[in-house]
Design a protein around this ligand. Structure first.
Ligand code: CUA
Length: 193
């Protein structure tokens, strides 16, 4: 006797159970394969590209920043180049930037150069093109030009520890004539002199 002799034909649109099971098994295989490919991409790029800054690949020893060179304390803040453009050098560390406020001139090319003494921090100036990671061992460089004077707040936007929420600084953008009348020390501080 045929074992299925009592099975009635299924109504239209109902898929037999064994077909459902076979389809599900196939899709499970596809999903596992996709997971394997994605995990492999993560592991391989992690191993071959390591950690690095988003663009400017320039290394620096974070343990000797204070001893001399570009990021020695006396070189931090805003410096004016021969061509009239400005270079701002800042150091990020748990949990603040040094200096915590710099002045730059409006409508002038500004180049920010930052590095970190400890962990990864973030450098963001809202409403501008400035947004980069500050990775220890590397110099982050961003170029911009401010079109409006004012105070630009500079929150650290990479989680860097218990004091992350309190880590922020300011960039004060002032009119050109006012900037030229400032002494070099006044350009690296927003304290009233
Ligand atoms: Cu530094 Cu978050």
């Amino acid at each position: 006797m045929h074992p299925d002799h009592l099975q009635r034909p299924l109504p239209d649109g109902i898929v037999p159970a064994e077909v459902v099971a076979r389809t599900e098994k196939r899709w499970l295989g596809v999903m596992v394969a996709m997971l394997i490919v994605m995990m492999a991409v993560v592991v391989l790029t992690g191993m071959t590209h390591a950690i690095g800054p988003p663009s400017n690949v320039e290394t620096i020893d974070p343990t000797t920043l204070h001893l001399g060179g570009e990021f020695a304390e006396s070189n931090l803040g805003t410096a004016q180049e021969r061509d009239g453009s400005l270079t701002v050098r800042l150091i990020g560390g748990q949990f603040g930037f040094a200096p915590d406020c710099t002045k730059v001139a409006v409508d002038t090319p500004v180049k920010f150069r930052l590095t970190s003494t400890d962990v990864i921090h973030g450098f963001l100036l809202p409403s501008t093109n400035v947004n980069t990671m500050v990775v220890p061992g590397f110099v982050a460089e961003v170029r911009t030009r401010f079109t409006r004077p004012g105070i630009y707040r500079m929150p650290c936007n990479e989680f860097c520890g218990a004091g992350h929420h309190a880590m922020w600084a300011r960039v004060s953008v002032v009119p050109k004539e006012q900037f030229q009348s400032l002494a070099p020390t006044e350009r690296s501080s927003c304290v009233q002199q």
